[in-house]
Design a protein around this ligand. Structure first.
Ligand SMILES: NC(=O)c1ccc[n+]([C@@H]2O[C@H](COP(=O)([O-])OP(=O)(O)OC[C@H]3O[C@@H](n4cnc5c(N)ncnc54)[C@H](O)[C@@H]3O)[C@@H](O)[C@H]2O)c1
Length: 255
């Protein structure tokens, strides 16, 4: 058995300019999947060029704010013209803002919900529409977080935690609505090394040590730690798996 065989498929990865999104895109490209990277950052174009050079697959990129459904839709149409209709989606675009719940202002709260929940939803909509119209199948993998199930400490991040719990429920809701053609699952990472976490640990090195002290694996996750389960869930080997969220956290939430 070729396990899992993804070759020849077309993927859109939101938040794909860097971090976990880029790493997952790279895992797909190494399995001969054509990849479109969408991101707010203009450097997404360089990321796509680098990915093509490293893997030899066709790639494309677009600067998109996932909170804007019209530009998300336009990007998916452009991807279809360039690479073909996407039948894999990974939603990695996300932000976190720390602050005490009693003090956080409306704009900050709303931005986190808008990117992490609404942006994820708009991306799944743009992904599903052409597949539904053409009667085709596809697989979406939403990046939620262990923070959708547990409350991280010592930092306060109620907006992020709430948004990620909602992403897990979104995966379930869409999975039921779009079954059996489009499978929708989520992966929920624990603490991973990326720009998102580095902005905090570089300012406060003791914080990384505190996080790691709570991780049975004894380290933060490396982006590549997501590749295996992500590929398996997207592949036809998981054709009966939908509406689920899988934690990848080195054992953090097992305690
Ligand atoms: N790093 C971790 O420890 C960790 C843990 C659990 C979940 N996650 C999730 O994984 C995903 C990737 O995070 P990361 O750690 O790689 O962080 P990152 O900051 O390196 O990557 C996030 C990417 O999303 C993009 N993005 C942000 N807002 C956007 C918008 N409105 N439209 C389009 N793109 C946008 C950013 O430009 C960036 O390239 C996020 O959803 C994050 O919540 C990360």
């Amino acid at each position: 058995m070729n396990f899992p065989d993804l070759s020849g498929r077309v993927a859109v990865v939101t938040g794909g300019a860097r971090g976990l999104g880029y790493s997952l895109a790279s895992a797909l490209a190494r399995q001969s999947v054509s990849v479109a990277l969408l991101d707010l950052l203009p450097e997404v174009h360089e990321s796509a060029t680098r990915l093509a050079a490293e893997t030899g697959v066709a790639t494309t990129a677009a600067t998109v704010d996932v909170t804007d459904p019209e530009s998300v839709n336009a990007a998916f149409v452009a991807v279809a013209d360039t690479l073909g209709i996407a039948d894999i989606l990974i939603t990695a675009a996300g932000i976190t803002v720390w602050g005490d719940a009693a003090e956080v202002d409306r704009a900050e709260w709303s931005r986190v919900i808008d990117v992490n929940l609404n942006g994820t939803f708009f991306s799944t909509q743009a992904f599903a529409r052409p597949l539904i119209a053409e009667g085709r199948t596809g697989s979406a993998l939403l990046i939620s977080s262990m923070s959708g199930r547990v409350v991280n400490v010592p930092q306060n991040q109620a907006s992020y935690n709430s948004s990620k719990a909602a992403v897990d429920q979104l995966a379930k809701s869409l999975a039921v609505e779009w079954a059996p053609a489009i499978r929708v699952n989520a992966i929920a990472p624990g603490y991973f090394l990326s720009d998102m976490t580095r902005q905090f640990t570089e300012a406060n090195p003791e914080l990384a040590a505190e996080w790691i002290s709570r991780i049975p694996a004894g380290r933060m996750g490396e982006p590549g730690d997501l590749d295996g389960l992500a590929s398996l869930l997207i592949s036809s080997a998981s054709s009966y798996v939908t509406g689920q969220s899988f934690v990848i956290d080195g054992g953090y939430t097992a305690i």
